[in-house]
Design a protein around this ligand. Structure first.
Ligand code: MV4
Length: 671
């Protein structure tokens, strides 16, 4: 085995590769950009080397620099992870030239799968099923239209050099063909510098089913079964699972053997994925091959019990495959959900900022490399490249974690996923956790009625109208606030020591104003001997604090116990209860009094968000209180006003920019 490898990546996949290297006693070298100096992947590797500024082009894509670091640190091989340089044939070649092992396929295999039409021609020869269509060299418009007429409409035009859904046009009828062809060719030349297109029969409700293959340098090649990745949004996978629901043994073997034939046709070595598009009746066609380890590889590890990174290292070192085809089995069912820093309610806009709070469900250890323990009731695995306190920066993919669960069958795996998502808490930026929970619990997904249009078709169910916030939820926020005041030594029980309420008979009455989105909830509280009377408007219910352990609270509202976690971030209370996350803005009457004078006003972003309007020009002299800019954060608009009479010296952001929490928004000079 290698003594030392370099990991040419960041985030969760760099951590994932490092974990297996460590388990096998292989030393790991991390490379990192200036933005990642304190990143988890740097912490988990044995050595680390800075390779450049934050933009990937100047760091993680610097092939020359990375090879230089590998040589300087004495690494024998480079693991490229996914993305970045992982499917760059020139990088694979440059590694070999430098005497380093590229932990991936030969450059020739990457190149062979790079062009859609060339790959289809190769696959045709290898008897891999293809979507009926034309992928030849004749690009004459009349000829292509004749081909389309022959295939039958609807047809799909695809840029031969394209990928990821770019450069595709659906054509419904012959009369529309010429215009669609011209537009497709225009996009293809602009995006890929090559206007060659192919024509295919258009499948209307396809599933994305992919086969994991593995080949060694001794001529062996196996398949590790399939993954269903049909649940996507704009060609980004959202949920993945293995095995594919509804798969029969015969079809599994047919797809597996077709995938192995595809890999053999290009002289493949290492981990690869052959993507198929499948009709609802199960008929399947080759789409493309991904010549790398994929994001969703853990679901395959969960059902086979094999560590695919270990296999990669062994194969790259020249060993034979650890298992033969007849030694491979499927155990149970695995699901993966990709937890992203993004806002589903705002068109999935990426959210950047600091992970002020991250609670993950307890990972139930799942031993890789020693086979699955059949019947393991609650396997939960979390692959993440970030920790609480880390930032999600605008430079890279905003993935927070991959949540992977295992069950004896799909139903059990779904229940574990639902539960695990209920326990996954993120504060500091928007995350898609609640959306994922609705998705896995939705009727079509739970019934495995899968196709690539599932999210779009179920938009209404996946984005329900927000229900009013209940008194139990408001009670958790209020109890957190009130008990913290008592702990902080504000003698809230002593009406004479408290300035924020007023006396009514012998009880102290005050109103806590919480708001969710545009709805304000004036929560009235009056103190009792042990607890409070509480209500929206009038105090109609009795609330007591049963227990408080840090951020975890148990309260009783009119005798009903309610438990939850309340995380306060400045004036925002995040209430996690019953598997849901409520974001309550607290309008603190005391906090803002005198604030402008005290801290020179809020010229920094109070939380991560987006600039929605600039209300003044640079150089403008303004009076105290003049609105300067509006930002949108935590689903609310915040107006930033001049803290004093003075001059706007510099505007530091433009409309539409994302800003991190605490970022200075403009330079202001008081008169
Ligand atoms: C198709 C198709 C329907 N019919 N080809 C999208 C990206 C590229 N990898 C292939 N894609 C598709 N090709 C034919 N002949 C539908 C898609 C497609 C899709 C495929 C897999 C996963 C998600 C998808 C989402 C939209 C469209």
């Amino acid at each position: 085995m290698f003594n030392k490898i370099l990991i040419a990546n960041r985030g969760e996949i760099a951590c994932r590769v490092a974990a297996t290297a460590h388990r096998l006693g292989v030393k790991s070298v991390a490379v990192y950009s200036e933005a990642d100096a304190n990143a988890k992947h740097v912490a988990v590797c044995d050595e680390s080397v800075l390779i450049g500024p934050p933009p990937a082009k100047e760091s993680y894509l610097r092939a020359d620099k990375i090879i230089e670091v590998a040589l300087a640190t004495g690494a024998q091989a480079i693991h490229p992870g996914y993305g970045f340089l992982s499917e760059n044939d020139e990088f694979a070649e440059a590694c070999a030239k430098a005497g380093l092992v590229f932990i991936g396929p030969p450059a020739s295999a990457i190149r062979a799968m790079g062009s859609k039409s060339a790959a289809k021609a190769l696959m045709e020869k290898a008897n891999v099923p293809l979507v009926p269509g034309y992928h030849g060299d004749n690009q004459d418009a009349d000829f292509l239209r004749e081909q389309a007429d022959k295939i039958g409409y609807p047809v799909l035009l695809k840029a031969s050099a394209g990928g990821g859904g770019k450069g595709m046009r659906i054509v419904e009828k012959s009369e529309d063909f010429k215009a669609a062809l011209e537009s497709c060719k225009r996009e293809a030349i602009n995006s890929f510098g090559d206007d060659k297109v192919l024509v295919e029969k258009y499948l209307t409700r396809p599933r994305h089913i992919e086969i994991q293959v593995f080949a060694d340098t001794h001529g062996n090649c196996v398949y590790l079964f399939e993954r269903d990745c049909s649940v996507q949004r704009r060609h980004q996978k959202v949920l993945e699972e293995a095995p594919a629901p509804g798969m029969t043994e015969e079809r599994r073997r047919a797809m597996g053997e077709a995938a192995v034939a595809a890999a053999k046709a290009v002289g493949y070595v290492g981990a690869g994925t052959v993507e198929f598009i499948a009709n609802q009746d199960g008929s399947f066609y080759f789409m493309e091959m991904n010549t790398r380890l994929q994001v969703e590889h853990p679901v395959t590890e969960m059902i086979t019990g094999h560590d695919l990174v270990e296999w990669q290292l062994r194969v790259a070192f020249g060993e034979t495959l650890p298992k033969q085809q007849d030694e491979l089995r499927i155990h149970g069912h695995a699901l993966e959900a990709r937890i992203y820093a993004e806002n589903p309610e705002k068109g999935f806009l990426p959210s950047i900022g600091t992970l002020q709070h991250m609670h993950t469900p307890e990972a139930v250890s799942f031993q890789l490399g020693n086979g699955v323990v059949p019947g393991n009731p609650a396997a939960v695995r979390i692959d993440s490249g970030v920790r609480e306190g880390d930032a999600i920066s605008p430079f890279y993919d905003p993935m927070i974690a991959k949540l992977i669960v295992w069950g004896n069958d799909r139903e059990e795996a779904l229940a574990h996923m639902s539960q695990a998502l209920s326990e996954f808490q993120v504060v500091g930026l928007s995350a898609n956790v609640a959306f994922l929970k609705r998705l896995v619990e939705s009727r079509p997904f739970s019934q495995a009625d899968l196709d690539t249009g599932l999210i779009e078709r179920n938009h209404d169910a996946l984005f329900p109208q927000a229900a009013p916030v209940s008194l139990q939820i408001l009670g958790l926020a209020a109890a957190s606030l009130l008990s913290a005041e008592q702990n902080d030594g504000i003698a809230a029980n002593d009406p004479w020591a408290n300035t924020s309420g007023w006396r009514m008979n012998t009880a102290l009455m005050r109103t806590l104003e919480f708001a969710e989105e545009a709805t304000t909830y004036p929560v009235s509280v009056s103190y009792r001997d042990a607890g409070w009377n509480i209500g929206v408007g009038a105090p109609s219910s009795v609330m007591t604090l049963v227990e408080r352990k840090g951020q975890h609270l148990v309260i009783k509202v009119d005798g009903t116990a309610v438990r939850g976690t309340v995380v306060r971030a400045a004036d925002v209370f995040h209430v996690f209860t019953g598997g849901a996350h409520y974001v309550l803005n607290y309008n603190d009457p005391l906090a803002h009094a005198g604030e402008a004078e005290a801290e020179g006003g809020r010229l920094t972003a109070p939380m991560p968000g987006k600039i929605v309007a600039l209300l003044v020009d640079k150089g403008k002299t303004v009076e105290k209180g003049t609105p300067l800019l509006i930002m949108e954060a935590m689903k609310m608009e915040h107006t930033i006003a001049a803290p004093a009479n003075g001059t706007v010296e510099e505007l530091l952001y433009a409309v539409g920019d994302q800003v991190a929490e605490g970022a200075q928004l403009l330079a202001f000079k008081a008169a």
